[in-house]
Design a protein around this ligand. Sequence first.
Ligand code: ATP
Length: 365
Amino acid sequence: MAQIRIENVRKDFGTFNAVKSSTFTIEDGEFFMLLGPSGCGKTTTLRMMAGLELPTSGEIYIDGEEVGQKPASQRDIAFVFQMFALYPHMNVRKNISYPLLSQGMARPQVRKKVAEVAEILGITDILERPVGGLSGGDRQRVALGRAIVRNPKAFLMDEPLGALDAEFRQHMSEELRALHDRMGATTVYVTHDQLEAMQMGDKIVVMNHGVVEQFGVPQDIYDWPATRFVAQFIGSPSMNFLEFNGTVGNGAEHVSLGETRFAVPRQLAGASGALTLGVRPEHVHLSDAASYRGEIIASEYLGTTQIVTLKTAHGQVKARIPSHVPVQVGESTGLDFDARTLSVFDNASNLALISETNREVLDHG
Ligand code: ATP
């Protein structure tokens, strides 16, 4: 299995710059998510790891060896596509055996390997069946089997569950993660679905317009978004943004919205001018005693919780509160913010105002 390191990797298609200078490391055995909206450069980044695209500049290391300009055939990496292409005229066993037979492996050894892989995937009982009549889940397992049987250094997956309906997708994502935990293979997985990335990934890279916006473990990315884009992209409903003009001193531990001071959980880097306070809906509390005020303009019932939308002097705020709490559209109420995860962004750079000390902790934590 392998560590994969991407260093200052850039990809241009003609005059179009699809991936800007990207640097990150995927550790051996990690389940690593490349996350971002359509067109942000995730697939291009994955294809460069596989050797299906060559970087315009920068280096790609697999287990310390620079492979950036080497073709896919010399990288020993398995690429699992969204549309699993199985050979329809062959049965399951032949589909899984094919990569080994084409490498010239002796038949008894192939049989043994296929049996092992089928056992791992729970498909021993369908080995002799034609792939044509299989369910979607079994087809996915066969396709995975074909990738696993080669025992590659890493698996690269491009939205492998993208075509499935929601319920089955959830089931298969749990199965893939469990399979990973059993095998411990380095896996890089492309998705535009932030929930899927949070649920499955050990680490996530968030990309936007070819730029790596943030790289880290899911909880850090959720709690401490490094940029306004990440704060908005991760979480549903997304983080609330309250825009204000102000000055924040270096090392400040609070910000002021009008007359109300809000404690922030970390020391901030100094900034002044147009700033934005970020607060997640679950950290907004409605309390008549609070001095910061808003008007309730909508409430959406979601079973155990409800999403209440309020109008404030600094923009709209959504609060996720228990559904048994009565709320009345049109009423004014106080809002309190749980200081644990408040973020502050500089509108000029769209970066979170994190003091150097905090940034070091995040970068190395
Ligand atoms: P999606 O989820 O829609 O596939 P993505 O984040 O994976 O999005 P990429 O497929 O990496 O994005 O594409 C990034 C950008 O590069 C897009 O604007 C795309 O149109 C462009 N691009 C990708 N491949 C090529 C190519 N071969 N020639 C020209 N432009 C390309």
